[in-house]
Design a protein around this ligand. Structure first.
Ligand SMILES: Nc1ncnc2c1ncn2[C@@H]1O[C@H](COP(=O)(O)OP(=O)(O)O)[C@@H](O)[C@H]1O
Ligand SMILES: [Mg+2]
Length: 131
C-alpha cells in the first residue's frame, strides 16, 4: 500500500515521505486529533504480500514497542489498514546515516570515515541483537 500527501489513514494525514528502506516506506504524518507530527512505517508493496516479511515487521514493531530506550524511536501505535500492517512512531529529527557518511566522505576525513564505519558496525550488531 502506497500513500500520497493528503491521504488519510485512521486519524493520521500523510504529509510526505521521510525515508525508504529495504522493507518499508516511512511517511511523515500528522495526527488530526493531537496535531503532532509522527513517522508512519508501511511495508513496500513488493514485500507486503510476503508472509515472512510480514512476520518480521510484526516482530520489529513488538521489539521496538518494548519499554522506552532513549536511542530507539518510541512506537506510538500499530494497526492494520485492510490487510496492511502499519507502525506509527515518534518522528526522529536528523539525517539518514547514508547522508552523514556521504558528507564525511566528501570531507576526505579518514578518522571520521573510520568512526562512521564503526557506527555502522554497531548499528548492524544492535539490529542483530534486536531480531
Ligand atoms: N522514527 C523515524 N523518524 C524519522 N525518520 C525515520 C524513522 N524511522 C525511519 N526513518 C527513516 O526512514 C528510513 C527507512 O526506515 P527503516 O526503518 O530503516 O526501513 P527498512 O526497515 O525498510 O530499512 C530510515 O533510513 C530513516 O531515514
Ligand atoms: Mg533500514
Amino acid at each position: 500500500m502506497r500513500f500520497s500527501p493528503g491521504d488519510s489513514v485512521g486519524p493520521y494525514r500523510v504529509t510526505g515521505v521521510i525515508g525508504e528502506g529495504a522493507m518499508g516506506v516511512v511517511y511523515q504524518v500528522v495526527n488530526g486529533v493531537t496535531g503532532r507530527l509522527e513517522a508512519m512505517k508501511v511495508l513496500t508493496d513488493d514485500v507486503s504480500h510476503d508472509l515472512e516479511q510480514g512476520e518480521r515487521f510484526l516482530h520489529e514493531i513488538q521489539v521496538q514497542a518494548r519499554p522506552e530506550h532513549p536511542n530507539i524511536a518510541q512506537v506510538r501505535t500499530a494497526f492494520c489498514e485492510g490487510r496492511t500492517l502499519i507502525m506509527v512512531m515518534e518522528q526522529v529529527d536528523g539525517d539518514a546515516l547514508s547522508g552523514v557518511r556521504c558528507r564525511l566522505r566528501s570531507r576526505r576525513c579518514g578518522s571520521s570515515i573510520r568512526s562512521s564505519r564503526r557506527l555502522d558496525t554497531r548499528i548492524q550488531r544492535a539490529s542483530f541483537i534486536a531480531t
